[in-house]
Write a new protein. Sequence first.
Length: 570
Amino acid sequence: MKKVLRSQEWFGKKGKDGFIYRAWMKNQGIPAYEFEGKPVIGICNTWSELTPCNSHFRELAQSVKRGILQAGGFPVEFPVMSLGETLIKPTAMLYRNLVSMDVEESIRANPLDGVVLLCGCDKTTPSLVMGACSVNIPTIVVSGGPMLTGKFRGKDIGTSDIWRFTDDLRAGLMTEEELNMAEAGMCRSHGHCAVMGTASSMACMVESLGLSLPENAAIPAADSNRKVLAQLSGKRIVQMVHEDLKLSDILTRKAFENAIKVNAAIGGSTNFAIHLLAIAGRIGIDLSLDEFDNLSASIPLMANLQPSGSFFMEDFCYAGGLPALLKEIESFLHHDCITANGKTLQENYTKARCYNREVIASLDKPFNNFPALAVLHGNLCENGAVIKPSAASPHLFQHSGKAVVFENIEDYKLRIDDPDLPVDENSVLVLKNVGPKGYPGMPEVGNMTIPVKLLAKGVKDLVRISDGRMSGTGFGTVVLHISPEATLGGNFSVLQTGDLITLDVPGRTLNVDLPEEELSRRKNQWKPLPLDIERGYVNLYINHVEQAHLGADFGFLKGGSGSKVSRDSH
Ligand code: FES
């Protein structure tokens, strides 16, 4: 029996309702036959000139439309709020859940049978996937692709170099003029950050989950093959509607386990954990933060990409891209997970080849054996914290040092370069109140800069701990996502300068050397910093956001409401 399309509940109606649903659409010059049972495909577009990483999406949407039309579908493009990582204040993460609500309600409320999600800059991927999961109709992701590799004085550069350049400027090793030249050479084309930062990790995540066509993760935005992939995705989503291949068919527990293992092999972003937990929560997969460690621990680093390695996403593409890496680690993967093109993950990579062993390692000779994510527990992080060993300094994996505590981001900015700051190469920098509720929005400030007086002595890394996040392009021995966060009054909240902190990455612990009685005494005297946000979205956010170890989603958004709309207004 032929499936009755969801869109026909609008366009298939007779009388006044059908008249209204169709007549206003016809002002766009759409002939009557388009409404007679063609799959209506929404193109969810995060194009914005304020989101430079997604600024080519109107063109990309045209390629998707061509594919939809060729396959007999009816394309309709719609905008949603777009989050540009570099411009949005106070932090794009504050709005991830808001965008997911925009996406969810836009899909459900409209006559759509399938959706193409155009994702690029960091938060534009998880927010769109989260929203779509809560509706659960056939959905495919098209990523915008990475930028071409940056160039500065004959060398390749990418976003991870920003921290090196600015430290060099502060240490007097680089001039303002040189920094300006690097700035001009960094972003040479459309696309998202060219390293294995959060945007690239998200693109790999959707491909390894099976939500995109193969090779989606690495084709550069400027490569004509990116448009080819967009057109093929447009063709495919129409078939997915006919097959009724929904997100819940693809996003199984096994698919999530594959994505976690792939993130370990690519040296993916720490933000991956927070976003994947949120996506799992929307589609009803019970996933815990500790599983990220368990599943990642045996996976070596296979991709030599910044910030864990040396190369860039463009190099990754030319070396064979994600399919070549998947083939290399296939012994770790579930093979039978169905993907957006209707084939299994294994079928998609089985013919893949690696063309450059400097970029994608072979399993018998990986780049290193440090995982991309380790989960810590201890009296400073009862619910967990994360660190990225593959981008940290091995000599600091087991380290004890005295805390230098900053109570909030303003305190940190005021004092980090104070010549009297009691800091040396053994110190542990601590930044509080940058968590989901406390900031609010959990900004990417966890990789605090090294104090200038230590830079002058040649110190390149320190243990740094916070309840905030770090850019996926960042690196260093940085403990992040401490849960419970400082604003909730746990042990982390009462940490003081001079306390002895011990990090043990192999043992997966983070502790402060204080007796329980002293911690209790301090907690009894502790008072939260005032949060004087009385209205609007931010008020909703601080009242409903969950802790980092749960994905920082709103509790009331967990799960989904499906695609059914029981009432109409005409
Ligand atoms: Fe958009 Fe890095 S700023 S991906």
